[in-house]
Design a protein around this ligand. Structure first.
Ligand code: GLC
Ligand code: MG
Length: 422
């Protein structure tokens, strides 16, 4: 959270399954549209928070499967685990707070007496979360009797039903909404309360996110019955909550526009990126645009004449150090690029960038650090990338010149793919 020196302009707090991530979209188009928008326009001054029911184990698994950005804050296990940054440093204060009137042993004892409850996998049982499956018809009745029993045993718990199948038992002070309130309180104490917060969800455990003061909310089009019902009963006339008519991440983009929270055109929705003339230099946008071009080039979705533009934005003496440690001049790289026009045509090939951080190092030079990732089918690969971009002798409408690019494999990504470049 220390990354930003002042209030975030926008804090997005999004659920993952069926909200940020659409499991019915094998092309992952809506999340990729969101990613491009976030990195081009929001990353530098905003906060991305993922709030998922998944445990750390299943969260990490999802990240390998889907083109997900790296959040600034990760809230897992239905608001019972809060971690910060890439290293996912846990918030110990939150853990202490959750111990209040909570005892896992008693929860196990009482739930084992209810045959309709089926225990979820071991990975999903966490220090402050016990999770089961239960049929829809039985859910309400069991939730009522179980909460009475646990009160009698001296606990103060919250029982949440999600996705028409999952039943979670948490300490009363836990949950996605309480975790968000806690973060707001922390940020406020540092004088950094975000200017706007947008909560995004699709199922029962997301309902509390929409009850936090001063939060805009979007229930994505494909929201579950239990969330829509909660909304009808509790928040029907609240203009700060919308039910999007777009699915998943596309619904999030829709909400950004609806509530006027900032730019809402994803670079992915701009068919000819050369038409998007800028009136000032914007290194993050340039990086996003360049890698979109690369994807479209290899999928043969842009015309070959685009190469001339590329030549114009690459400094001829520029150097590219690839992740194998081999140095090439840009002229040679462009030659190689020419050969791979359309080499991923008809394949599920996607390119995206994550954590794009530009720093101005002198009056006309930017150093931009980011992760560049690609996915072909199920396989993900990525490189830490450092690029130097220059505005010397160019107009903003022409775009920045690429002067230097250096890449290193992200752990576990090293490959012998000789066609990897940039
Ligand atoms: C995720 C978790 C599961 C939980 C559900 C609803 O699927 O893995 O344990 O019950 O979210 O919160
Ligand atoms: Mg969900």
């Amino acid at each position: 959270m220390d990354r930003l020196k002042s209030s975030a302009s926008l804090m997005i707090v999004s659920d993952l399954d069926h909200t940020m991530v659409d499991h019915h979209d094998p092309e992952n188009l809506s999340i990729l549209r969101f990613n491009a928008l976030w990195e081009a326009k929001y990353r530098h001054d905003s906060l991305l928070v993922f709030s998922t029911g998944r445990s750390p184990t299943l969260y990490k698994q999802l990240r390998k499967e889907k083109p997900m950005l790296t959040p600034d804050i990760t809230i897992m296990s239905v608001g019972t685990e809060i971690t910060y940054g890439n290293a996912m440093v846990p918030d110990e204060g939150w853990v202490d707070f959750l111990n209040h009137k909570w005892d896992n042993k008693i929860v196990t004892e009482e739930t084992s007496k209810i045959p309709e409850l089926t225990l979820q996998s071991e990975t999903e049982q966490r220090p402050h979360k016990a999770s089961f499956y239960v049929k829809k018809e039985k859910a309400q009745e069991i939730m009522k009797s179980l909460s009475e029993t646990l009160v009698k045993r001296g606990l103060d718990v919250k029982i949440i039903y999600s996705g028409g199948m999952d039943l979670d038992i948490l300490p009363q002070g836990a949950g996605k909404g309480q975790a968000l309130a806690y973060l707001h309180k922390k940020l406020k104490a540092e004088g950094k309360l975000p200017q706007n917060t947008l909560a995004c969800g699709d199922s029962g455990n997301d309902a509390e996110l929409f009850t936090i003061p001063d939060v805009h909310g979007v229930m994505v089009k494909n929201a579950q019955e239990e969330l829509l019902q909660w909304h009808t009963e509790n928040a029907k006339n609240n203009p700060k909550i919308i039910h999007a008519d777009e699915r998943c991440a596309a619904g999030i983009i829709q909400a950004i526009g609806h509530f006027n929270l900032g730019p809402n055109t994803s670079p992915r929705d701009v068919p000819d990126l050369l038409d998007a003339k800028l009136d000032q230099f914007d290194p993050a946008y340039e990086v996003v645009k360049f890698y979109l071009f690369l994807e479209r080039w290899r999928r043969a979705e842009v015309s070959e004449s685009y190469l001339n533009h590329l030549k114009a934005v690459c400094s001829p003496a520029g150097v590219y150090v690839n992740p194998f440690g081999i140095e090439q001049v840009f002229d040679d790289v462009i030659g190689k690029l020419k050969d791979c026009y359309g080499d991923r045509k008809g394949k599920q090939y996607r390119v995206w960038v994550d954590q794009v951080f530009p720093t101005k190092i002198d009056s006309n030079t930017w150093l931009v650090k980011f992760k560049k990732l690609e996915q072909t089918g199920e396989e993900q690969q990525g490189c830490y990338t450092t690029a130097i971009l220059s505005s010397k002798d160019v107009e903003p409408s022409q775009g920045l010149k690429w002067v230097h690019v250096h890449q290193t494999w992200i752990d576990g990504s090293a490959s012998d793919d000789k066609n990897w470049f940039l």
